[in-house]
Ligand binder design. Structure first.
Ligand SMILES: [Zn+2]
Length: 352
C-alpha cells in the first residue's frame, strides 16, 4: 500500500517526525509525496539522504505459510502477501515484502523446497511488495538460458516487473544513500503479458495499466489455478489508488473484471480458482465479485456527482461510500476512506 496523501501535513513537522514517517511508510513514498504535495505551495525540504532505519515492527512480525492449491503457497507477513510456486526447477516468488522480514520469508520458502529461488515477480513498485527483492534474490539463482533470456547477476534470482516499476523504483531511489541496485527489476516487459513456463506450469504475468499505479502486474498460475493480484485487489481496505503514480479507479475496475474473467468457481461451493489479494486473506471469485460491485457502485456515484458539478469537498460530504465503510473504510492509517474518495474523484476528473 502506498501512502502519498497523508504525507504533506507530516512534512511540515520536525525532522524527528519525518524519520518516524520514513520508518512507517518507506522513504520512496515520502520522497514522492514531497514532490507533489497537495494543497499547493507546501513544498517541503528534500528527503535526507539517510539509510532507512530498520523497523522493529517488520523485523518482529510473524511470517507464516498457507498452502493455496496445486504448486502455489501464500506467505503472510508484515508487507503485501507473497505467493510462492515451487517444483523441480525451484521457486518463483511473487512480491517480497519488507527487507526486515526477508530471512523469515526465505526460511518459509526453504520449508517448501530446497531448490533455488529462480524468479521474483513484483506486482508494483510499492515498498511493501519490493523491499525484500535484494535479499530474497540473493538467496536464489537465475535460470541460465531461461525463456526470459536475461541473467542480470551471477548469483541472484531474476526479478521480473512491468517496465514502469523499474522507472518508479529508480526515481524513488535517486539521490538516496540507501539505494540498493539489487532491489531493482532485472527483466521488464512493456505491455500485454509476459509468459514464463516454470515448474511445468504456464505462469502468466499480466500488465494492468493505470489501476493501483501504472505499473501493476497480476500473476496467473494456470495449472495450479491461482491468481495473485497485487494491490489491485485488497481485502483490508478500499483499493489503494495512487493517482500520482498513474493509478485510476477505471483501471482498477477493469483489472478486477479480468480477474473475474479468469476465475471459475467450483459448482455451488467455495473453491475453484483461488485469488491471493495484495493484502488480507485468501479469497475466491465470490469475494472479487462483491469487491468489484462495491467499487463500481462507488465509482458511479462519484461520477454522477461530478456530472452535477459537485466539488471534491461536496462529494466527500455526500459520503458515497457510506454503507461500505463498516467493512472497508478507515478514518486513520495509511489509506483512509477520505483518501479513497479523493482518488476516485481525481481519477474521474480531467487533468488540468
Ligand atoms: Zn501493498
Amino acid at each position: 500500500m502506498t501512502t502519498c496523501k497523508a504525507m504533506p501535513r507530516i512534512m511540515l513537522a520536525a525532522s524527528a517526525v519525518l524519520a518516524a514517517v520514513l520508518i512507517l511508510f518507506g522513504s520512496a513514498d515520502v520522497a514522492h509525496a514531497q514532490g507533489k504535495g497537495k494543497g499547493g505551495g507546501k513544498q517541503a525540504a528534500p528527503a535526507p539522504a539517510a539509510i532507512r532505519p530498520p523497523n522493529p515492527a517488520w523485523a518482529n512480525a510473524e511470517v507464516h505459510t498457507l498452502k493455496v492449491q496445486g504448486n502455489v503457497y501464500m506467505i503472510v507477513g508484515p508487507g503485501g502477501n507473497t505467493a510462492v510456486q515451487v517444483g523441480d526447477s525451484g521457486a518463483l516468488v511473487v512480491d517480497t515484502q519488507y527487507e526486515e522480514a526477508s530471512d523469515k520469508i526465505v526460511a518459509e520458502i526453504r520449508k517448501l523446497t530446497s531448490k533455488p529461488i529462480r524468479y521474483i515477480i513484483n506486482t508494483s513498485a510499492d515498498m511493501d511488495h519490493t523491499d525484500g527483492n535484494a535479499k530474497i534474490s540473493r538467496a536464489g539463482a537465475p535460470v541460465i538460458g531461461g525463456n526470459l533470456g536475461a541473467v542480470a547477476f551471477e548469483n541472484g534470482a531474476t526479478i521480473v516487473a512491468q517496465e514502469n516499476v523499474l522507472r518508479m523504483m529508480s526515481e524513488a531511489a535517486e539521490g538516496k544513500a540507501d539505494t540498493n541496485a539489487d532491489k531493482l527489476p532485472t527483466t521488464t516487459y512493456f505491455q500485454g503479458q509476459k509468459e514464463i513456463f516454470f515448474n511445468e506450469e504456464p505462469v502468466i504475468v499480466m500488465f494492468e495499466p493505470a489501476a493501483h499505479t501504472n505499473g501493476d502486474s497480476m500473476v496467473f498460475f494456470r495449472r495450479s489455478d491461482v491468481i495473485a493480484t497485487g494491490d489491485i485487489f485488497n481485502m483490508d481496505s478500499y483499493p489503494v489508488i495512487n493517482v500520482d503514480k498513474g493509478g485510476n479507479i477505471q483501471g482498477v475496475i477493469k483489472a478486477l473484471n479480468v480477474v473475474l474473467d479468469i476465475t471459475i468457481p467450483k459448482h455451488e461451493q467455495e473453491g475453484g480458482t483461488y485469488v491471493i489479494p495484495g493484502h488480507g486473506r485468501l479469497t475466491d471469485e465470490h469475494d472479487v465479485l462483491e469487491y468489484r460491485d462495491m467499487v463500481t457502485i462507488i465509482r458511479d456515484r462519484v461520477q454522477n456527482m461530478i456530472k452535477q458539478g459537485k466539488t471534491l469537498a461536496q462529494v466527500k460530504e455526500a459520503k458515497p461510500t457510506f454503507e461500505y465503510d463498516g467493512r472497508w473504510g478507515s478514518t486513520t492509517g495509511p489509506w483512509t476512506t477520505d483518501m479513497f474518495v479523493e482518488a476516485v474523484f481525481r481519477s474521474l476528473t480531467p487533468k488540468k
